[in-house]
Design a binder for this molecule. Structure first.
Ligand code: KIV
Length: 258
């Protein structure tokens, strides 16, 4: 059965939410076969698949392209698409048009937006317009140019208070979930207890209502995954072994068989 924002909201305190990224129909089908709750078409497509160093170069056209590929797999999982770099700071009309593209052309069921208090008023207007929004706070990878790198958030009392304020403002704005990335585990647990909507963590400890990981990290396709990642397979090695065997067999005439 198709999973909706209602399915996800009802899981809070009942069952943990499992979310995985996918960027095309093939991997969306595989994730859906594992009964994942949410497929995230993350802007991590930039560094995972498209060869960029970060998510910054990812455009709305790229996001629509990859989201529509995932949607063509017709997954039961809720399809969540990332709003790319800086788009949350457009004028509201342009922001709404951008979100409309992800929903109408891309087939997204919901949109994930990085940012807290500073964009809460715009998120409130988006949710009133009928867009389902997941907030994304703690480490916001789209801030990497300003930050000068990636790091953990919410360790100091000041930063913890700011993240709690962000989470509360997003809930008030009508988001159906809040994602916390690289957030101090105690801070993430406290926020999970404070909010009525579910929280999803990545590198933020076990106290969240759900977890998300990048598909390539889970599968062993990335060379240097972040330290919080658990690798559930080593598919990268299997692919290289299979390709090598094919190359050898083509060269020595074993394939195709006579
Ligand atoms: O783009 C992405 O994959 C993400 C996850 C890291 C949460 O935003």
């Amino acid at each position: 059965m198709k999973k909706t924002t209602k399915t996800i909201l009802k899981k809070k305190g009942v069952e943990k939410i499992a979310m995985i990224t996918a960027y095309d129909a093939m991997f969306a089908k595989l994730a859906d076969s594992a009964d994942v709750d949410i497929i995230l078409v993350g802007d991590s497509v930039g560094n995972t698949v498209l060869g960029y160093d970060s998510t910054i170069p990812v455009t709305i056209d790229m996001m629509v392209h990859h989201t529509s590929a995932v949607a063509r797999a017709k997954p039961n999982a809720l399809i969540l698409a990332d709003l790319p770099f800086a788009c949350a700071h457009y004028s509201f009309d342009k922001l709404l048009d951008t979100c409309k593209r992800l929903v109408q052309e891309g087939g997204a069921d919901a949109i994930k937006i990085e940012g807290g208090v500073e964009i809460a008023d715009k998120i409130a207007k988006l949710t009133r317009a009928g867009i389902a929004v997941m907030g994304h706070i703690g480490l916001e990878p789209q801030q990497v140019l300003k930050l000068g790198g990636y790091r953990k958030f919410g360790k100091s009392e000041d930063e913890k208070k700011r993240i709690i304020d962000d989470a509360k403002a997003l809930e008030q704005a009508g988001v159906f979930t809040v994602l916390m990335e690289m957030t101090d585990a105690d801070c993430a647990s406290e926020i999970t207890k404070l909010l009525n909507v579910p929280t999803i963590g990545i590198g933020s400890g076990s106290g969240c209502d759900g977890q998300v990981l990048v598909c390539a990290d889970i599968l062993g396709l990335t060379e240097n995954p972040p330290s919080f990642v658990k690798q559930y397979a080593k598919i990268g090695k299997e692919i290289v072994d299979a390709y090598s065997q094919y190359v050898t067999e083509v060269r020595n005439g074993q394939f195709p068989a006579k």
